[in-house]
Design a protein around this ligand. Structure first.
Ligand SMILES: Nc1ncnc2c1ncn2[C@@H]1O[C@H](COP(=O)(O)OP(=O)(O)OP(=O)(O)O)[C@@H](O)[C@H]1O
Length: 287
């Protein structure tokens, strides 16, 4: 069986930013969270996957098909939802279907009506009069009503209240429950990753930092704490997000570098939040 999404050595060069050899694999039936600081290159990666920007190098396969050579076939298999709504303000909810269904080969009217009902979307309201959460639900209803096998979402939960966020996570979990569909979503909200992501890909300043199962991410790093005298030069050069003062230090270390640790140091398993915060502070980079 093909992977839902395979990204290999994806590169994009802008004047002042390079996306450098991004690679990851998402199997069918799973959810992958895509994380990294502001400006890390998440939206750029998503735009390249969707062939909305020209890549400098690398390849993208969606259910085994190339995203450029087989673009038409690939587009029927995927659905994307961005932060901004692309429906015209004056359309009523009930009119959206008439306009969008022509774009998709396998539009399912019954499914769309079921989502409108489930999401409690008032069919007579105009798009401009919907709340942010309602607009997002409307975009999701469209995205999930044409039998797409891969749903790609760019920061879907940002700006939603906790109740709407939880609802969305439930919707995504239900969406993949048949084992054939997959979700790839970028986010800054680590609680969402903890709740629903099976896999995580973490990029930093356009470079790969980690990709793999969520549980492996936490095993991939250690938080190291020790007294000021225990901070050797070799350890210091490998620590990410080092915080130090006259009494001691703490930092993030790749578990594979644990040979640098002495018995006097204390180690802890970091949360995803801690990993992101430490990476944000800088230090050693995965070259
Ligand atoms: N069309 C473009 N032309 C030039 N530079 C661009 C273009 N699009 C994005 N960039 C640059 O690429 C870098 C990565 O931007 P991108 O939007 O991919 O980051 P991001 O990880 O999605 O950030 P955020 O979390 O803030 O949404 C930024 O430095 C941005 O200025």
């Amino acid at each position: 069986m093909h992977n839902a999404l395979e990204v290999r050595n994806l590169c994009k060069i802008y004047n002042d930013f390079s996306l450098d050899s991004i690679s990851f694999t998402l199997p069918p039936g799973y959810i992958m969270g895509f994380v990294g600081q502001n400006g890390a290159g998440k939206t750029t990666t998503i735009r390249l996957i969707l062939n909305m920007a020209n890549r400098t190098g690398g390849e993208v396969k969606i259910f085994g098909s190339d995203n450029i050579e087989d673009e038409l076939a690939v587009k029927q298999k995927l659905a994307a939802v961005f932060d901004e709504i692309f429906f015209v303000d004056v359309w009523r909810v009930c009119e959206v279907e008439k306009v969008v269904k022509g774009f998709f080969g396998e539009w399912d009217s019954g499914q769309f009506a079921a989502y409108l009902k489930k999401f409690k979307l008032p069919s007579s309201k105009k798009v401009k009069d919907l709340s942010r959460g309602m607009k997002l639900k409307l975009m999701l209803a469209v995205a999930m009503s044409h039998n797409a096998k891969l749903l790609i979402l760019d920061e879907p939960t940002s700006g939603l209240d906790p109740v709407a966020r939880n609802e969305l996570l439930d919707i995504l979990r239900e969406y993949i429950s048949d084992g054939e569909k997959s979700v790839f979503f970028s986010t800054h909200i680590t609680a969402d990753l903890e709740k629903i992501a099976d896999y995580i890909t973490l990029i930093d300043n356009g470079k790969m930092f980690f990709t793999g199962a969520k549980d492996d991410l936490e095993a991939y790093f250690l938080i190291v704490r020790g007294g000021a005298d225990d901070l050797t030069d070799s350890l210091k050069s490998q620590l990410i997000g080092l915080l130090s003062n006259t009494t001691g230090f703490s930092g993030l270390l790749l578990s594979s570098k644990s040979e640098l640790l002495s018995e006097r140091l204390v180690t802890e398993v970091p949360t995803i939040d801690e990993i992101l915060v430490r990476i944000g502070k800088g230090g050693m980079r995965n070259e």
